[in-house]
Design a protein around this ligand. Structure first.
Ligand code: ADE
Ligand code: ZN
Length: 325
């Protein structure tokens, strides 16, 4: 419970967090009970999300997200997460929001964005945190849905919708299959990011950089395996949304000591810290910052650098950034 934790002395900023993935098992059960949705195959007897590998995680995620049924639910989960992390010291947060999940309950794009942005505004009023939305397409839902999403962003611009990304099964289709969706999103004025090099290796990161004109990569940690790729990431000043706790939970690395966080920074890459899907991965922002200190030896000044890099790479407008920096 972030509310009981003391405020971290270093302000934090989070670029990579899936809104549906912030819902705690307790909250999910409450939503399930509210809407008559059985989550017994998703949450185990100990009250934890149950999955054993990336594919199982993705389906547990889909089943849990199916319990978020109404615009009020979206308001509640958004306000719940951002009011909690604000009290633990997060000053800025970008949230991946998946309109395709909401549409399964007939929640239209604009209704979804209105609910989420209203909660973000209220969290800012109550706790000072600034939040923005990144629309996220799910790779394994296909190219057509991604393009439709980019089109909606174009038709219905909203000041809180500042970015476009894609997650889901990294091995499904190729980055260039989504280049039209990304071009449309860019046309709509959105900042661009994509999950890459989380499950797949450096070749997929390279492919993503070549196919999509993005400024950030979700995860990207496996770039550490390829010096030439790291040079390119450095040259293009690409920002990595690194989520160590997620990588450990998903078995990308056996433990934090084996995680390349320190090596990525030492190679001159622009690194930020995020929690991805905190209750699924038994992590939260404060833990990510604390473990960077205790496991990787980063000092307060280094932690502040993660935060500043996140704000530099944020998709909000320049005035908002300036106030945060
Ligand atoms: N959707 C939610 N969390 C994800 C992750 N860590 N990777 C890919 N897609 C996701
Ligand atoms: Zn993610």
């Amino acid at each position: 419970n972030a509310q009981k934790r003391p405020k971290s002395s270093v302000p934090m900023a989070e670029l990579h967090c899936h809104l549906e993935g912030t819902v705690s098992p307790v909250m999910a059960m409450r939503l399930g009970a509210r809407h008559g949705i059985d989550l017994s195959d998703t949450i185990d007897a100990n009250g934890q999300y149950s999955w054993k590998n990336f594919q199982e995680f993705l389906s547990a995620y889909d089943r849990m997200a199916a319990a978020i049924c109404t615009p009020e639910d979206y308001y509640d989960i958004t306000y719940d997460y951002y009011s909690k992390v604000a009290q633990s010291g997060v000053i800025y947060g970008e949230s991946f929001v998946s309109p395709d999940h909401a549409l399964q309950h007939g929640i239209a794009y604009r209704t979804l964005i209105d609910s989420v942005s209203a909660a973000m505004k209220d969290a800012e009023r109550d706790f000072g945190i600034v939040c923005r939305i990144i629309l996220i397409a799910v790779r394994h839902y296909g190219v057509e849905k991604a393009e439709k999403l980019a089109d909606l962003a174009h038709k219905y611009p909203h000041p809180f919708v500042t970015g476009f990304g894609m997650g889901g099964d990294e091995q499904f289709l190729w980055p260039h299959d989504f280049s039209k969706a990304y071009a449309m999103a860019s046309d709509a004025g959105l900042g661009l990011t994509a999950h890459a090099g989380e499950i797949c290796g450096p070749e997929r990161i390279r492919d993503t950089l070549e196919s999509l004109k993005l400024s950030r990569i979700g995860h990207g940690v496996r770039a550490i395996e390829d010096d030439a790729l790291m040079a390119e990431l450095r040259d293009r000043e690409i920002i990595l949304e690194v989520c160590p706790g997620s990588n450990i939970a998903l078995g990308v690395y056996p433990d934090l000591a084996a995680h390349p966080l320190r090596a990525l920074v030492d190679n001159g890459l622009r690194v930020t810290l995020s929690s991805d899907d905190p209750p699924f991965f038994h992590t939260h922002m404060q833990q990510e910052y604390e473990q960077a200190q205790s496991v990787h030896g980063f000092k307060d000044a280094d932690l502040l650098r993660f935060t500043r890099t996140a704000i530099e790479g944020a998709f909000c407008d320049a005035d908002t950034k300036e106030k945060l920096l």
